[in-house]
Ligand binder design. Sequence first.
Ligand code: SAM
Length: 335
Amino acid sequence: MTPRDNDNRLIDSFGRVHNNLRISVTDRCNIRCVYCMPESVTFLPREHLLTFEEIERFVRVAATLGVDKIRLTGGEPLVRRDLPKLIALLAAVPGIKDVGLTTNGILLAPMAQALWDAGLRRINVSLDTMDPQRFLELTRRTGFEQVIEGILAAKAAGFDPVKVNAVAIKGTTEDDVVPLAAFAREHGLELRFIEYMPLDAGDRWERGKVLFASEILDILTRGIGPLVPAPNQDPRAPAADYDFVDGRGRVGLIASVSRPFCMSCNRVRLTADGKLRNCLFALDETDVRPLLRGDSGDAEIARALRESVAAKWEGHEINTARFIKPERLMHSIGG
Ligand code: SAM
């Protein structure tokens, strides 16, 4: 197949065009964030994981349908051996303009240059606190210093901006908002706060535990100074960006709960074991691993992807009584 023509695009029944594919490369992780993953978990058998060749083939097919943006995630993507090789493979797929990565940063410092050299250009590092003790409580692991080193190494390797993602949990992370913003301003990082979503292990989530974007904005205004909406924002981007009026730094607010952005969603997800998910909160999946492993042709893979996108629902229903939490937890979906 050759890169897409426009008739071929992935369009759902609400007219949303999908060009953004998130690929989870593993369900394993080297930390255990309380809002994401249980302490003890049975991981996928290795033979269930898509190989690099299978992922590349899927991306080649997706590119013919208009996918031009890829983000690798997990689990923790940097625990997947030889990840730079996969990045190089995907960056070379005709039609793919952009390969990004979301990581917890623990293994990043020694890998940052290799990731850049492989063709990675966008990196998001997850960090919820500047307090090593709170890091330990939230992640149930050590590693705060490695994450900081990883962020600085990514910057030194050329990633610009390095984005830092922080989950915002009421009653837990309020005191982290200003120190994170101060760190981001000092090092020229783009900080983004993500409202806590109901994808956690152990059913800890409640609406009352979501630290809302508006509250974060208030904390930042009081603790650092006023912010204004950033100019020229991409209306399809999940984050609403704000600039500090003093010109030192930008903060993004991902208000998945208080201001869902489902109607501009352009994403589809592939799990590490080859299941297509048309929404983070989807209850149904399409298994494409048998297609990638068997003797199916690219046309069948394309049909599966097209049908998955076509069946996408209007939006997650977190704010309604109809909401049903998906069985898969965040670490095995790929956030
Ligand atoms: N291990 C990588 C990392 O830490 O960035 C990639 C996977 S992680 C699941 C992707 C993102 O999802 C992280 O920024 C993480 O903080 C976020 N996340 C996990 N559980 C969440 C939840 N319940 N609500 C909001 N964000 C969550």
